[in-house]
Design a protein around this ligand. Structure first.
Ligand code: AMP
Length: 194
């Protein structure tokens, strides 16, 4: 895949373990070093802020896409290369997805999980053909890997769709894998009895 813009979904909290912020900084440095544009939710909070600060400090480009409401609540990062405002969270996710060539999730909570699974679902359905990866800092995403394997075992998901998600704790290896990624060619649906 030819990568120019990477969308990163991540917690608006820091997490308790300092490894999470360290991992976010390591990813930010690697994104800037490769000359990739960071697209994200535009906040200065938690790991989101850590990522944006790191890419900006390394001279990289950071685009924030954020709702009017969150700006009103004081969440907009003040140093972004540029930002876009949207009316609601749904149109915001749509814009982030349109602006990115691939997606990375960092550790986070419900917001991060929802964004991660939505973009992966669109890839699974062939509505876009974009790679999705989880930066597995401190094994944070290993339970997600297990849950996907469980969905395959139980007949709700094809192994090709489970394995299309990239899990790696190393930002450099993760970005290399995104560049090499190829979309699965199977359809989503499993024939009964197979
Ligand atoms: P969570 O993992 O629940 O902290 O939610 C983080 C994800 O939801 C981010 O990737 C954002 O896209 C979105 N989000 C949550 N809080 C904010 C915020 N204060 N400003 C912008 N986006 C947010």
């Amino acid at each position: 895949m030819n990568l120019n813009s990477i969308a990163v979904f991540s917690g608006s909290n820091f997490g308790f373990n300092p490894a999470y912020a360290q991992g976010a900084r390591a990813l930010g440095r690697e994104i800037a070093r490769r000359g990739l544009r960071l697209v994200y939710g535009g906040s200065d909070k938690g790991l989101m802020g850590v990522m944006a600060d790191t890419v900006l400090a390394e001279g990289g480009e950071v685009v924030g896409i954020i709702t009017d409401r969150l700006v009103g609540l004081g969440h907009l990062h003040s140093g972004l290369t540029r930002h876009e405002l949207t009316l609601d969270m749904r149109s915001r996710k749509h814009r982030i997805s349109d602006c990115a060539d691939a997606f990375i999730a960092l550790p986070g909570g419900l917001g991060t999980f929802e964004e991660l699974f939505e973009v992966a679902t669109l890839t699974q359905l062939g509505e876009h053909s974009k790679a999705v990866a989880c930066l597995n800092i401190n094994d944070f995403f290993s339970p997600v890997r297990s849950l996907l394997n469980h969905a395959v075992t139980e007949g709700f998901m094809k192994v090709e769709h489970s394995e299309m998600l990239i899990f790696n704790a190393d930002p450099c290896a993760l970005l290399d894998a995104l560049e090499l990624w190829q979309a699965p060619t199977v359809t989503k649906w499993i024939e009964p009895g197979k």
